[in-house]
Unconditional design. Sequence first.
Length: 109
Amino acid sequence: MARVLWHVPVTVNPSVHGTGSTNALRLFRLRDGRRCAVGFSTPEALAALLGPDQAYAELGEPALRELTAPLGVDTLVLDPRLVAPPVTAPSAPPAPAPTPTPTAQLQHR
């Protein structure tokens, strides 16, 4: 049986001493707010969604589950699609917050 590798987005952190770097797994959120890990079936699929400069590591599903389990993440998503609505500029500036009115006055002695 062929081993399936997922292309998993990571953040690359250069070493302070200039002798290498470390990779940190990027976690994402589901619509309900729970954290999840994502993987892509090809580097092209990853670049299409996260951009061509997104670093990634190749991991098998069992390794990805082992990395995320201690963090309380039990959901993996393969080849996710962007579901967020597009960001638009507000049509009007937000209304200022109302000034609170005092309910009682204190007297100094």
